[in-house]
Ligand binder design. Structure first.
Ligand code: NAD
Ligand code: DAU
Length: 355
């Protein structure tokens, strides 16, 4: 496969995937289609933007004309589809944006790929990147397998679940060569500071309150973003058509424990006394529909494709904190006016709670 379309390549995970493909496969042409929404940031790719096999296209996956035009023009061999609205709290404030981008945008891409590939004998792949949130909450102590029934609880996860269904429909109904992966929480450099880890590092640094939702007992399974990118590389090249693979870090943390760990590392790196920022912890009203626990059973990808995470959590976590502390300019550049409006809307209406 030589001409690869990666959507959402200017975002958090997308930028790591684009970099990996551009660097590792100099004979591939990588086309990054991104609308550059509030969290799409070309600075994330500054180090590779002049490489001859990298091409940027500014465009909206919801725009049928644009999507059809670029498929027609470039005749992609494969698609890695990451573009999405990705933040649960924003989906609660504005579900329609998520329906448009995550559902309509995905169906647009599927339709264009189908049209472009229908009379071709070449090998093609439409690879859809999804989330473990489609499975709902793993409250019963077991982990999600690829056979766990879908049970989404937020507009974000419902929109991702719907897009997954459409990907399967295009495979089953039209024979489109598709693969889906469902991954757990990613952490690492270049994540927009609306998500827990970068937001809390930013707030610790600026001595601002750390808004913990509910009792802080929700559990997430954290994976370093470069490990996710390497899983995507593995699945893209070795996955079986029509299959789904779960990707996870086998690394479950209760939010409040993760936050204590984050405070410890950040205070130490800022040369503050141990525990200095604990007083910033502020319990606030819970997220509506907040899933208690996500946990991934990643045995299928391990057994069938030999993929496993490589980066130890302690190592990846410290590296991540160091990156945000060292890249103040990046943080300042992404926290635009639009972000400040969202921050007000999401946090100022939440009552503080006693724990
Ligand atoms: P992100 O929000 O950081 O980036 C999304 C990117 O998509 C941005 O560059 C944005 O500009 C682009 N985009 C948004 N709407 C677009 C549109 N209409 N047309 C073109 N581009 C558009 O997201 P992320 O955290 O990097 O997540 C990437 C993908 O991985 C998403 O599909 C998400 O559901 C999935 N995922 C994320 C995680 C996680 O922990 N972040 C875990 C599992 C799966
Ligand atoms: O599981 C994969 C998903 O992980 C991805 O599909 C999503 O795109 C990604 O955003 C992430 O979703 P979460 O909702 O789990 O991530 P977030 O960083 O928003 O929150 C992590 C946990 O921390 C969650 O239980 C909510 C809690 N939280 C979050 C924020 C932003 C707080 O307690 N306070 C906060 O201010």
């Amino acid at each position: 496969m030589k001409k690869i379309l990666i959507t959402g390549g200017a975002g958090f995970i997308g930028s790591h995937v684009v970099r990996l493909f551009v660097d590792k496969y100099p004979d591939y042409d990588i086309y990054n289609l991104d609308k550059l929404t509030y969290c799409g940031n070309l600075e994330n790719l500054a180090d590779i933007e002049n490489k001859p096999n990298y091409h940027f296209i500014k465009g909206d996956i919801v725009d049928t004309e644009v999507v059809n035009m670029i498929f027609e023009k470039h005749q992609f061999d494969g698609v890695v589809h990451l573009a999405a609205e990705s933040h649960v709290d924003r989906s609660i404030l504005n579900p329609m944006e998520f329906i448009n981008t995550n559902i309509l945008g995905t169906v647009n891409l599927l339709a264009a790929a189908r049209h472009c590939w229908q009379n071709s004998n070449q090998k093609h792949l439409f690879y859809h990147i999804s989330t473990d949130e489609v499975y709902g909450s793993a409250d019963n102590g077991s982990a999600f397998t690829e056979k766990t029934p879908y049970n989404p609880h937020s507009p974000y996860s419902a929109s991702k679940a719907c897009s997954d269904h459409f990907v399967r429909v295009y495979h089953d109904t039209y024979g489109l060569p598709t693969i889906i992966t469902n991954c757990s929480n990613n952490y690492g450099p270049n994540q927009f500071p609306e998500k827990l880890i970068p937001l809390f590092i930013h707030n610790i640094k600026n001595k601002k309150p750390l808004p913990v939702y509910g009792k802080g007992i929700n559990v997430r399974d954290w994976l370093y973003v470069e490990d996710h990118a390497s899983a995507i590389d593995t699945v893209f090249h070795h996955g079986s058509i029509g299959e789904t693979y779960n990707i996870g870090g086998n690394n479950e943390w209760k939010n409040i424990d993760l936050i204590h760990n984050l405070i410890k590392i950040t205070d130490c790196l800022l040369s503050r006394p141990e525990g200095d920022s604990l007083s910033l912890i502020t319990y606030v009203a819970d997220r509506a529909g907040h899933d208690l626990r996500y946990a991934i059973d990643a045995s299928k990808i391990r057994k069938e494709l030999g993929w496993e995470p490589k980066i130890k959590f302690s190592e990846g976590f410290e590296k991540t904190v160091k990156w945000y502390l060292a890249n103040e300019q990046w943080l300042n550049n992404v926290t635009t006016g639009i972000y400040q409006d969202y921050y007000k809307l999401n946090y100022e209406n939440r009552d503080k709670t006693e724990q």
